[in-house]
Design a binder for this molecule. Structure first.
Ligand code: AMP
Ligand code: MG
Length: 489
């Protein structure tokens, strides 16, 4: 007997209900030969969607953006953004569409969103399309972040369109990504609402929508809009601390890529550190290093400050009072970030209290001087505590400073073996290493999804050393060279 599979989407589209003026109703452009490349079953199940139904021709037609299911919104969202510091008043979804919102099995509201589904009125001359490689990158890096416990948007599926699209003087296979997010509200959405909204109520409606959706407790505060700002600041401070702890470089932290929810969004030119270098920059267009690894906390504050500016009229009718209140709210950012980050770093090193912070800082200096692999170093340290020296000795040409530091460190650990176990529970073995991601995407572009699925398997259980994944734990070999990433995706 065959069991009938069903594809039902119970959309409840609060964004469209609440926020006329912040979107354009739009339809995706159909493609002729869609082919499902990857379906992410865990988030599908969370959304109450049947994976078998999504794999059926009717499901693939939806995931290719060929068919908008009943009840779907189908809107291109409007937003503005500071791109590398320059304000662009009208960006918006040039190649993306919000399908609508689903309430997941835990009662959480989730956006379903297409990327690469054809040009919209925000396309600004772009083709509205996306290539297979970058959409699979978004899938795999997002899953890597999720497995590391870092808030992120997630891929539901990637479908090849069967069309070729021109990129960098080449023709590349096109793809549509279906993305799940707690929302697509960005700092840039607020900038647009304040400056280009066609009606003065839009900013307030957006702020109220964001509060209801992400920070309902702010509604009960004496000043809900200040409470919203404070909540976003807190979420972003926590997020960037987590990035720094895993060696993640986002690469394009424009205000349109900074979510109100505190989820990581847009995996275009992102990368992970191999050798620890606080100044690391990977994006080919980030020539001034604005979004360098070490600048991420400061740029996050800069981005949230842009949110504060546009919220001023909601915070207080009196501009001076509004400014003062906003400044006071932003002021604790450095302290918040530092507290989150130090907490994470102490945990990574099996340390217990703030008394150990100088030891953490000393470790960073030793690692930087050695140019040692960030991710690998923490597992090398736990192995060393258990009496396996080789990985630690292999970290640097001259391991003496590392060993020196390690001896001081071990001396403060009350129970080194327990510390090693605790460290292994938080320090990943497998992350989406740049060279592995590149190899997987190159193979996928040539129709071989094997390396993609193998890497996906590795990074979705990042803490468990497993046979068959030999080599996946290491930094790129020297011949990989200096990693460069690109925005034109
Ligand atoms: P992103 O780099 O994906 O954050 O995109 C930045 C802006 O450029 C957004 O407004 C996108 O919608 C737009 N965009 C990027 N690529 C394309 C494309 N191929 N066609 C249309 N719009 C695009
Ligand atoms: Mg973006």
């Amino acid at each position: 007997m065959t069991v009938a599979t069903e594809l039902r989407f119970a959309f409840d589209n609060s964004f469209v209900r609440d926020l006329p003026g912040l979107f354009v109703p739009w339809r995706p452009t159909a493609v002729e030969y869609p082919e499902l490349l990857a379906l992410n079953e865990p988030p599908a199940a969370e959304l109450g969607l049947d994976p078998a139904a999504l794999r059926s021709p009717a499901g693939v037609a939806v995931l290719a953006a060929n068919v908008l299911p009943d009840g779907a919104a189908g809107v291109a969202q409007a937003y503005a953004g500071h791109q590398f510091g320059n304000y662009v008043p009208r960006l918006g979804d040039g190649r993306a569409l919000l399908l609508g919102e689903l309430i997941d099995t835990s009662g959480r509201r989730r956006d379903l969103h297409f990327k690469g589904s054809g040009p919209t009125p925000f396309a600004r001359g772009g083709d509205g399309r996306a290539a297979v490689g970058p959409m699979l990158r978004e899938y795999i890096v997002g899953e890597g972040m999720h497995a590391l416990g870092i808030p992120t948007t997630r891929a539901l599926a990637v479908v090849a369109t069967g069309q070729l699209i021109p990129r960098d003087n080449r023709w590349l296979p096109g793809a549509v990504l279906t993305r799940v997010a707690s929302s697509h509200l960005r700092v840039g959405s607020f900038q647009y609402a304040r400056h280009l909204g066609d009606d003065p109520s839009l900013l307030r409606r957006l702020a109220d929508h964001a509060i209801a959706r992400h920070y309902p407790e702010a509604a009960a505060s004496a000043n809900p809009y200040l409470a919203l700002l404070s909540a976003v600041l807190e979420a972003q401070a926590a997020l960037v601390a987590q990035w720094m702890a895993v060696g993640f470089v986002h690469g394009v932290l424009n205000t349109d890529n900074v979510t109100i929810s505190g989820e990581t969004i847009d995996y275009g030119p992102c990368a992970f550190l191999d050798a620890f270098d606080a100044g690391a920059v990977f994006s080919s267009i980030d020539q001034a290093g604005r979004y360098a690894f070490r600048n991420q906390p400061a740029i996050t504050l800069w981005n949230v400050t842009r949110l504060a500016e546009v919220l001023l009229p909601l915070i207080d009718d009196d501009t001076d009072r509004a400014l003062e209140a906003a400044r006071g709210t932003l002021e604790p950012f450095a302290e918040k970030f530092e507290a989150h980050w130090m907490q994470l770093m102490r945990t990574k090193l099996g340390l217990a209290t703030a008394d150990d912070d100088p030891l953490v800082r000393a470790y960073l200096a030793v690692l930087a001087a050695a140019g040692a692999d960030w991710t690998g170093s923490f597992r090398a340290l736990s192995a060393w505590l258990r009496g396996t020296d080789a990985p630690l000795l292999a970290l640097a040409h001259d391991p003496a400073p590392v060993l020196d530091w390690a001896a001081r460190w071990r001396a403060v650990l009350p129970d080194p073996i327990a510390a090693a176990a605790a460290m292994d529970a938080v320090n990943p073995v497998y992350i989406p290493r740049n060279h592995l991601v590149e190899a997987a995407l190159t193979a996928a572009t040539e129709n071989d999804l094997g390396p993609f699925h193998k890497l996906l398997d590795a990074i979705t259980r990042p803490f468990d050393v497993r046979p068959g994944l030999e080599g996946y734990e290491y930094a790129a070999p020297p011949e990989f060279g200096r990693y460069r990433t690109f925005c034109g995706t």
